[in-house]
Design a protein around this ligand. Structure first.
Ligand SMILES: [Zn+2]
Ligand SMILES: [Zn+2]
Length: 156
């Protein structure tokens, strides 16, 4: 984990960007995160460390521009996750429209299909795919089961 931090910090300094205490704290939160975070959520986690919301936004912008962080726009909010040196570099997302949870779909067989899909688009259209934001919308397993059992009760 610490090694990861150094890799990110090296990218920053190689672009002439100062490795501030705030940037370090934000990076550590992103490394620790099990799920995607919004700027507001990051701010809530770092408030006590005296990191302001404007600083969180500014740093995320810097990280996104450098390709360190991926921005996933969803329902007027931007979610952030590490994009490089991450355990799951390429994956699609699923968002539950009922409980708002955002889930990584990172099963290796699905990822393989996903890579194939990217390659197919590149070949067919002559594009170079650099990144993608695929968010599938629907009901997560928990919400689906909850709704189904509710329906069953209503029908009885
Ligand atoms: Zn749900
Ligand atoms: Zn993700």
């Amino acid at each position: 984990m610490k090694e990861n931090l150094i890799q990110y910090q090296n990218i920053l300094s190689s672009h002439g960007i100062k490795n501030t205490r705030q940037k370090k704290l934000i990076l550590l939160e992103l490394i620790d995160a099990t799920s995607h975070l919004t700027a507001e959520e990051l701010y809530q986690k770092l408030k006590e460390e005296k990191v302001g919301l404007a600083t969180v936004y500014r740093s995320l912008k810097v990280f996104t521009n450098l390709g360190i962080v991926k921005e996933i726009p969803m329902d007027g909010l931007n979610y952030y996750e590490l994009r490089i040196f991450s355990k799951k570099p390429l994956h699609i997302h699923f968002k539950c429209t009922n409980c708002n949870v955002m889930i990584d779909i990172d099963d290796s067989d699905i990822n393989l299909d996903y890579i194939k899909l990217n390659q197919k688009v590149e070949m067919k259209r002559g594009f170079a795919v650099k990144d993608s934001n695929i968010v599938l919308l629907g009901l997560c397993k928990k919400c689906k089961e909850k709704l189904e059992s509710k329906k069953m009760l209503e029908n009885n």
